[in-house]
Design a protein around this ligand. Sequence first.
Ligand code: 13P
Length: 247
Amino acid sequence: MIIAANWKMNPPLADAGALAAAYAAESFDGVTRILFPPAPYLVQMGVRLDGADMQVGGQDCHHNASGAHTGDIAAGMLAECGASTVLLGHSERRTDHGEDDALVAAKAVAALTTGLDVMICVGETLDQREAGAAEAVVTAQLDGSVPAGIEASRLMLAYEPVWAIGTGKVASVEDIAAMHAAIQQWLAGRDLASVPILYGGSVKPANADTIFGVPDVGGALVGGASLKAEDFSGICSAGARTAAARS
Ligand code: 13P
């Protein structure tokens, strides 16, 4: 089980240190934890988590290795700052910054070249789901965002229905199962069957066991609940229970 904390543009640095210290004090059998802090905090959070059972990663990177790109961050810089992984194609990047699948794929190539692993996000909007297009949308995102020839061991996917992010709404177990099965089938067709598929969107301690009960769910990408040490811990405990039950 992979359980990742996506802090997005939160919290203040003073709170970040305490939160990372709380994360560092725990570990969970069968659970790999990854923290995606805001980029300016990366080194400091890496220090806090040094020797702890949790990796750090970047929330985004540029598709070029260096150059005149004010405000952007190269994948190699993330790696130099201690990142093992970079999150790419989050729906907030796709919406706020107009990132399309081709750009996400180019960023993934840049990240892989520097030695980072990639976690690529996909997910449909409510309109797309209501139109019956959810699986077609997600499959098209996978086709466009996952670079051809990527090694399975370097890739993680996160299925995050856009309408479930930060809303308190969670996809039904049936909808999660159907989408994760569709993604699994897509992966299997490309020799990527071992790639973990995380679910994201309003994951909380109270719903984590139910979500992790879906067979193809390989973990969670957690936003809001990762900002409370106790809630993130509760989700990781559910992950450990699931890992034990599956082994
Ligand atoms: P929430 O857990 O706040 O819904 O956010 C999910 C998410 O976008 C994680 O990347």
